[in-house]
Write a protein that binds this ligand. Structure first.
Ligand SMILES: *Cc1c(COP(=O)(O)O)cnc(C)c1O
Length: 228
């Protein structure tokens, strides 16, 4: 199957699964994860109507972005070092992987230099596998409170990656944790630049569970572009 057909069937499947649990399909956006795939594949997906893409490495993102239509929205979904923020600050529409105040501070500084308000998500470590990155659930509310000091950023929500396992009960409980953190923390006491409406969770192997558990951003690569 080609990329256009993959996209069409994936979007239909997402919509159907959303409706099955009483959700509006329009409340869920597909981030087509294009890492390792050539710009020709991204151009093909764009021509088929996909406007939002995710890359996990700064250098790859910065090589591809100028070669593709400027209407494309780019999300950075992989871990980000402070010294690389400057390269993506002019154009990236959402950074999914903020995991420290130091990074938030640098993003804020570069956003200000570029005359932008930078949307970000806080990545939370929801899996029991300790090599996964993200802030620990216990420190999340502290970081969100500190976000008040960085008015050129807006914390739009949370991102999480489930354990790499076939155990759907485990994956579900990890996604549920992310949602409960979002619901438990949201409230009037949050800084004005912390809105928390987005939940970025679900990849090719586990997006059906993520839809059921409230994801608003699905990060899907393989099911769109094929195996890497
Ligand atoms: C690669 C990647 C994905 C997409 O993975 P697939 O299994 O190909 O859908 C999602 N999120 C992150 C952070 C990734 O690095």
């Amino acid at each position: 199957m080609g990329i256009a057909q993959n996209l069409q069937s994936l979007l239909a499947d997402i919509a159907q699964r959303a409706q099955a649990v009483g959700r509006n399909p329009e409340s869920i956006r597909l981030v087509a994860v294009s890492k390792t795939h050539p710009v020709s594949a991204i151009a093909e997906a764009f021509a088929a109507g996909q406007g939002l893409f995710g890359e996990n490495r700064v250098q790859e993102l910065c090589t591809k972005q100028p070669e593709l239509p400027p209407e494309i929205q780019w999300h950075l979904i992989g871990s980000l070092q402070t010294n690389k923020v400057k390269y993506i600050a002019p154009f990236v529409s959402l950074i999914h992987s903020v995991d420290s105040e130091k990074l938030l501070q640098e993003i804020d500084r570069r956003a200000q230099q570029n005359g932008r308000i930078q949307d970000v998500l806080i990545q939370v470590n929801i899996s029991s596998e300790d090599q996964k990155s993200g802030v620990e659930p216990e420190t999340l509310s502290d970081l969100l409170t500190r976000a008040a000091a960085y008015p050129h950023t807006r914390v739009r929500g949370l991102m999480g990656m489930a354990s790499f396992t076939g155990e759907s009960t485990k994956i579900r409980s990890e996604f549920r944790l992310l949602r409960s953190l979002q619901q438990g923390i949201a409230g009037p006491e949050l800084p004005a630049n912390v809105t928390l409406e987005e939940l970025s969770m679900g990849m090719s192997g586990d997006y059906p569970i993520a839809i059921e558990e409230g994801a608003t951003l699905l990060r899907i690569g393989t099911a769109v572009f094929g195996a890497r």
